[in-house]
Design a protein around this ligand. Structure first.
Ligand code: PMP
Length: 395
């Protein structure tokens, strides 16, 4: 018999990159400062490597709300929502989220990943899921779990989407799965075109709003609000790990569908509910999202400023209109070396290498938050200038 443990080897590139001191993952933060900086290996760094776009994860209002919830409700829920883990606080958050998104109902989950896995309850082996090539791993896993047919189209390629829609088996169901704002490119979904195709072909449209809800749109309601197309989205999924500054997720949509998912989604029925602290923090974050639009304006303005500086230095940064700036490097090892050089310059970034991005398209993902000051952004640009010149990436 084969020993399955024998197959558990790391990717060939890990060892050389580690020997160079350029392994970019699992570096633990020793402290996260209120101004958004992080202490890693004893050094305080400017972080452009988080998804904390609104700068709420260390906000005193979220911390206070979380502490109050722990005092009255404890540290854990000790059971699934269905069995014994439900809190009135969950229901309050669900009601607020549904109203915020203009949906009938919502259901919270312990993480954003699990909110997406819930979608596996909607499709089965005879159904086809049409999905943008860049969707998150959790959405792909939901389709795999359901054993539905996954057909992917190039990022925002509506001609290809239409072609795939025409090829769908009329005997089965079909739905379109995409994201409001894509996490590696920072681009928005072409929602007007996608929604028109969904309507024309009579298929449901599901939008993962992990990155855009809280950040994009006049009221922070995401890409759907930005395009004035809230009612075109049949179901929304959310992650509290980005704009909401905590952990958790949610699915929002028609009451009957949410009720069905509460009973059919295995990750909902068989996994312990969102913690009191995270539930309360997400509620406090929603208050701030509703009342402090200046936070999203600042985060987006910071990105525009930094993007202009990085492009001016000679980096290729794509065409993201959001807080995510992909700095394209290409080669995996070179990307990790740039990550390390930036760390040495006092800047914490995220290296994105295959399989998170296609082969040969490694990049440094830079993201701005509402807390970044102009001097911090200048420090980031100066670090990219020095590190990029040392590695011969820019003139
Ligand atoms: N959806 C998208 C688009 C994401 O980028 C992520 C995480 N980065 C998730 C879902 C999962 O969210 P969480 O980390 O809260 O589980």
């Amino acid at each position: 018999m084969l020993d399955v443990f024998d197959r558990c080897r790391l990717h060939d590139d890990v060892q050389p990159v580690t020997e160079m001191g350029a392994y970019p993952y699992y570096h633990p933060a020793e402290e996260r400062l209120a101004d958004g900086r992080v202490r890693v290996h004893g050094r305080v760094l400017v972080s452009v490597g988080s998804n904390d776009y609104l700068g709420l994860s260390a906000d005193p209002r979220l911390k206070d709300a979380a502490c109050r919830a722990v005092r009255s409700l404890g540290t854990g829920t000790s059971g699934s929502r269905m069995a014994n883990g439900s809190l009135t606080l969950h229901e309050t958050l669900e009601g607020r989220l549904a109203t915020f998104l203009g949906q009938e109902s919502a259901m919270v989950t312990p993480t954003g990943f699990l909110a997406n896995l819930v979608l596996s309850a909607l499709v089965g082996p005879r159904d086809t899921v049409l999905a943008d090539q860049l969707i998150h791993a959790s959405l792909i896993d939901a389709v795999r779990l359901a054993r539905a047919r996954l057909r992917r189209y190039r990022h925002n390629d509506l001609d290809r989407l239409e072609h795939l829609l025409r090829e769908c088996d009329p005997a089965g169901g079909a739905l379109i799965l995409t994201e409001g704002m894509f996490s590696t490119t920072g681009t928005l979904c072409d929602l007007p075109g996608t929604a028109a195709l969904a309507r024309r072909h009579g298929v449901r449209l599901i939008l993962d709003g992990a990155h855009d809800i809280g950040l994009i749109g006049p009221g922070g309601r995401g890409a759907a609000e930005h395009y004035g197309l809230g009612s075109a989205v049949d179901l929304h999924t959310l992650a509290f790990s980005k704009c909401f500054g905590t952990t958790g997720g949610a699915v929002a949509g028609p009451e009957q569908i949410i009720l069905y998912l509460r009973h059919q989604a295995r990750s909902m029925v068989y996994s312990a509910a969102l913690s009191p602290a995270s539930t309360a923090a997400a509620l406090a974050a929603l208050d701030i999202i509703e009342h402090e639009p200046e936070r999203r304006h600042r985060a987006l303005a910071a990105a525009a400023r930094l993007r202009a500086d990085l492009t001016g230095l000679g980096y290729e940064t794509g065409d993201s209109p959001t807080t995510i700036i992909p700095v394209h490097v290409g080669d995996l090892v070179l990307c990790c070396r740039l990550w390390r050089e930036l760390f040495d310059e006092g800047v914490f970034t995220t290296a994105m290498v295959p399989p998170a991005v296609p082969d040969g398209q490694a990049l440094i993902r830079v993201s701005t938050t509402a807390l970044h000051t102009d001097p911090q952004l200048d420090q980031v640009a100066a670090a990219f200038a020095a590190a990029g010149r040392r590695l011969g990436l820019i003139p």
